[in-house]
Design a protein around this ligand. Structure first.
Ligand code: MG
Length: 170
């Protein structure tokens, strides 16, 4: 893990996060803490919330706190079936301890199916509550793979996120 750094009130840092998970039968489809009706779900050691993972990595990266795998190893049985929103909350607590707050988060989920449009607002509201920011400070965008690659073939779902942190005012 890289050395973390304590911000002053005018400091800003951005971080990026990327994740992907396989689509399989017999698993729930959880995205940004919201369960979406889908015949296929996301496979993984935790609940495989690909969007929560990308956002967690973006936040950790912005604060110089390494990546999600260092904090929550998928070899650790403690995180088997874990609620990824709780992992995100833990990461938020780490960055808050250093003196950071969230300025904004933006994200794109790339999925051929299920269609995410009807769920975007609910995901945005859920993430805003978890991140402790207004709804307008959380972007949740949906894209498809246009038939290309593992996303386009419907084999998996990917998510990309950026987070900007700002130094908390003492
Ligand atoms: Mg993941």
């Amino acid at each position: 893990m890289t050395e973390a750094w304590r911000p002053g009130p005018h400091d800003r840092r951005v971080g990026i996060g990327w994740d992907s998970h396989r689509l399989v039968e017999g698993r729930p489809f959880i995205l940004g803490g919201i369960e979406i009706d889908s015949p296929l779900g996301l496979d993984g050691h935790s609940d495989a919330d690909v969007l929560a993972h990308a956002i967690t990595d973006a936040i950790l990266g912005a604060a110089g706190l390494g990546d999600i795998g260092e904090h929550f190893p998928d070899t650790d049985q403690a995180f088997k079936g874990a609620d990824s929103i709780e992992l995100l909350r833990t990461a938020l607590a780490h960055v808050a301890d250093l003196g950071w707050t969230i300025d904004n988060v933006d994200s794109t989920v790339v999925a051929e199916r299920p269609k995410l449009g009807p769920s975007k607002r609910a995901i945005q509201e859920r993430l805003a509550e978890v991140l402790g920011v207004p709804v307008h400070a959380v972007g949740v965008k949906a894209s498809t793979g246009e038939g290309l690659g593992f996303v386009g073939r419907g084999e998996g779902v990917a998510a990309l996120a950026v987070a900007q942190l700002k130094g908390a005012v003492a």
